[in-house]
Design a protein around this ligand. Structure first.
Ligand code: PLP
Length: 376
């Protein structure tokens, strides 16, 4: 990759963080310990004082939240087909069945109008996903969940720092799960967290996180169930703590760059059907800036043409129900037309805090040619 190549995202790790990681490595305590506990306390402060526990991935956070919500074999879980596959895989991992509900083509999030039609006697939970950081309507979601006595496991892996009507994601509601993967708005290289509802036990959460182990006294240890091995190292937690201090500034910068995209794209000749994201500058953390190519534009050719112009394009995501694993479960083409169409045409343009306005200009300037190349 040459130095001028603009990737679709890149983590921003400062020298202070690198020095602090050195201190952790020299301290003699490198796996779960004081850094992980401090990160939990700092995350809790941002989540309105709710108990927060950290994990080695967002996937582990989601899976453990489902277990804490008592979701298991025989249960159905409603979710969106347009997300990272982890969202649906965790449902299978706990032995439950995913029930997909098509998306709203504007927000690209689960269509709340369709949820009630998918509820059966076996429905136990809903996993909403805030795609690209744009929050799902938490008020409507809470009403649906309360009416039908369903648990909500928020897949907020992309929306840390977003808010619903001024209320930060993670401060209210049922389980809220975050990811600190390298591409997320804040990272611990890999990592995740759950903000727990009042009826979930932090101690039980810790047992799910580490082999089901319960410690007591000086030397007593007992195991009642098979937990996971999903603890976060102190090396990772230290990175996460330094990133958390910068999260608001990161998100503010993303918002500024997203605005700049809208200004430039308004002045760019784009084909009919080229869809922009919802211009939400109040609630979204702008985890991604995603557009949808019109049907006649071949995405692989578009990605190639942009790469030749020195610009990286991401694909987040093809519809989950069309993966082989899900087809084998009986899902297929035509079931969720909005997710399928958008999953085929969606592209993630570069957006990360260290980018400049000139980088955005460069992306916008390259678009018409790349689209023309991919339409021929
Ligand atoms: C990143 C992500 C996950 C999984 O997080 P990991 O930390 O990679 O395990 C789950 N769901 C969504 C929507 C994500 O973006």
């Amino acid at each position: 990759m040459n130095a001028d190549f603009l990737p679709f995202t890149r983590p921003d790790i400062d020298e202070e963080t690198i020095a602090a990681v050195g201190d952790v490595l020299r301290s003699g305590w490198i796996t779960t310990g004081p850094q992980a506990r401090a990160l939990e306390a700092e995350l809790s402060a941002r989540c309105g004082g709710r108990a927060v526990r950290v994990f080695n991935s967002g996937t582990a956070a989601l899976e453990i939240a489902l277990r804490l919500a008592r979701v298991g074999p025989g249960d159905e879980v409603i979710t969106t087909p347009l997300s990272w596959v982890a969202t649906a895989n965790v449902i299978l991992a706990v032995g439950a069945r995913p029930v997909f509900v098509d998306i709203d083509p504007m927000t690209r999030n689960i269509d709340l109008d369709r949820i009630e039609g998918a509820i059966t006697g076996s429905t136990r939970a809903i996993i909403p996903v805030d795609l690209a950081g744009l929050p799902v309507d938490r008020d409507r979601l809470a009403t649906i969940a309360a009416t039908h006595r369903l648990r909500v496991v928020e897949d907020a892996c992309q929306s840390f720092g977003s808010n619903w009507r001024g209320r930060p994601i993670g401060t209210e509601g049922d389980f809220a799960c975050f990811s600190f993967h390298a591409n997320k708005n804040m990272t611990s290289t890999e990592g995740g967290a759950i903000a727990l509802p009042a009826d979930a036990s932090p101690e039980e959460t810790e047992r799910w996180r580490l082999q089901g182990v319960r410690r007591s006294g000086e030397d007593e240890i007992d195991v009642e169930f098979v937990g996971e091995k999903a603890n976060l190292t102190d090396v990772a937690a230290c990175i996460g703590r330094h990133q958390l201090k910068r999260l608001d500034a990161f998100n503010e910068r993303r918002r500024t760059l997203a605005r700049h995209y809208f200004e430039r794209l308004a002045a760019t000749a784009l084909p009919a059907g080229f869809a922009l994201p919802v211009p939400d500058f109040a609630q979204s953390n702008w985890h991604m800036f995603q557009c949808v190519l019109p049907a006649g534009v071949r995405r692989p050719d578009f990605i190639r043409a942009m790469r030749e112009a020195g610009i990286g394009i991401g694909v987040h995501y093809p519809a989950i129900h069309l993966f082989t694993l899900y087809r084998k479960l009986g899902f297929g083409e035509g079931q969720f037309p909005h997710a399928e169409r958008i999953g085929r045409g969606i592209v993630t343009l570069p957006l990360f805090p260290r980018m400049t306005e000139a980088d955005v200009d460069r992306v916008c300037a390259a678009l018409p040619h790349a689209i023309a190349e991919a339409s021929r």
